[in-house]
Design a binder for this molecule. Structure first.
Ligand code: GLU
Length: 442
């Protein structure tokens, strides 16, 4: 039976890398009709973020990731205490009373060998008595290679802090064993802790699960992904206007690839096709253009009325408009928009008269506007076809350059050079409003 877990710590906002771990662990379990467990690793009370647990659950739900079992480490303190004490009595761990002085925050000692290890103390924090000159190894499930350490390079890590809370090193081993986890997938940053875990497994005579370290997600400018180029937190990206469907699709392909070149995946398709052989060994790059592309693809899959609702939430002026107009605007914007949050800049001119910067215009703009006004004042009917042909006739008659003519109209009516198709926009804006705006430019 395949049982995987997602084991986030509620210490900050969920990062794109954590989300990826959750997707892979979920797919591995569900592809094999196994169980997926959500385990809250809240043993570092100093770093815990208010509402952190609720945020994790809310985000997983947004992506339709459902867990079969749920557990919270801070409710299991007695279990860790008992096991830590057993390790002491078996001679594999020792009490230490210089915890604060000698340990760094991540549970590693500054000195590899702790001065308390031979003092036979009877209380304090509990640390692992790491042997010297032993070889310890495992085969990484993701990287598909054997990784080994000489224990002389591994420090006497803290297992149980003096406040009675376990460190990650102890809790992860105890829990993965208790919860019968068959595969532990986690970020590459955790690799240095693996030899400690392997020793704890050995001393407790637990079976070691498959352990796999996922690749690091890299910044396009080199180095690990950082916030320099915008958000890397899941909430941040959703707030920027990325759809969960698009984020999901983008994230699963950061470090995993299907056998064929399939690019668009729903969660269900991903689960069906998931194959651990698809894990990539090279570090993937967080390519925002690709994310934008996915987002555009998914935006175009949403029905007009649902997309319209998303735009309504985004823009209260839009919400107040007439229903038919809203749908017409939605259809036009839908073809161009990359993020929901781009709506304001693309569509604002429909409900707010733009401030036009005359510097944007080319030399002949006054002639263009004069001609357009003439066409609009004499136009018979108000439909796209008539508008297209009347304007084109005018362009030909005056020997205008087509692109320049329409750019002059675009700038006058919208204040920018990048908008939905201008003739379609004019039809939605209405004759009166269009004439009013053009008159101001003359
Ligand atoms: N609590 C660790 C984290 O926040 C879990 C690492 C693991 O999955 O073993 O990533």
């Amino acid at each position: 039976m395949i049982r995987t877990r997602f084991a986030p710590s509620p210490t900050g906002s969920m990062h794109i890398g954590n989300l990826r771990t959750a997707f892979y662990a979920y797919a591995l379990a569900k592809h094999n009709k196994g169980d997926f467990i959500l385990r809250i690793e809240d043993t570092d009370k100093k770093r815990e973020k208010m509402g952190g647990v609720e945020d994790i659950k809310r985000l997983l739900k947004i992506f339709n990731i459902k867990w079969d079992e749920y557990c919270v480490q801070s409710q299991r303190l007695e279990i860790y205490n008992k096991i830590a004490k057993k390790l002491v009595s078996d001679g594999h761990a020792f009490y230490c009373q210089c915890e604060a002085k000698n340990a760094k925050e991540d549970g590693f000692s500054k000195e590899l060998r702790d001065p308390c290890r031979d003092k036979d103390l009877k209380s304090g924090a509990i640390k692992l008595k790491v042997p010297d000159k032993e070889n310890i190894e495992f085969t990484d499930y993701v990287l598909k290679k054997k990784i080994s350490w000489n224990t002389s390079t591994v420090g006497d890590a803290t297992l149980l802090k003096s406040d009675g809370f376990p460190t990650y090193h102890l809790a992860v081993v105890v829990d993965d064993n208790d919860m019968k986890i068959s595969h532990a997938l986690r970020g590459h940053d955790w690799m240095p802790s693996t030899p400690i875990h392997l020793l704890v497994y050995k001393y407790l005579e637990f079976t070691v699960p498959e352990i796999g370290h996922l690749t690091d997600i890299m910044d396009p400018d080199g180095g690990k992904l950082s916030k320099r180029k915008g958000s890397t937190s899941v909430d941040g990206l959703i707030n920027e206007g990325y759809l969960p469907e698009a984020l999901f699709n983008f994230v699963i392909l950061l470090g995993w690839a299907p056998k064929d070149n399939k690019e668009l995946f729903t969660l269900k398709e991903f689960v069906n096709l998931f194959d651990p052989l698809g894990f990539q060994k090279a570090n993937p790059i967080f390519n925002r253009d690709k994310l934008d592309w996915f987002n555009g693809e998914y935006i175009r899959k949403i029905s007009n009325s649902n997309l319209c609702k998303k735009f309504e939430i985004q823009n209260s002026d839009f919400k107040k408009m007439d229903k038919d107009k809203k749908i017409q605007i939605t259809k036009l914007v839908k073809e161009r928009i990359k993020k929901i949050s781009d709506f304001d800049s693309l569509a604002n001119f429909f409900f707010e008269e733009p401030k036009v910067d005359n510097k944007l215009f080319g030399i002949d703009y006054k002639k263009h506007i004069e001609s357009a006004l003439l066409v609009l004042k004499n136009i018979k009917g108000w439909d796209l076809e008539t508008l297209n042909s009347d304007l084109m006739n005018e362009v030909t008659k005056n020997n205008f350059k087509i692109g320049d003519f329409f750019m002059s109209l675009r700038i006058s009516l919208t204040g920018t050079k990048f908008t939905p198709p201008i003739n379609d926009s004019i039809i939605i804006l209405g004759k009166e409003e269009t004439i009013k705006r053009l008159n101001k430019m003359e």
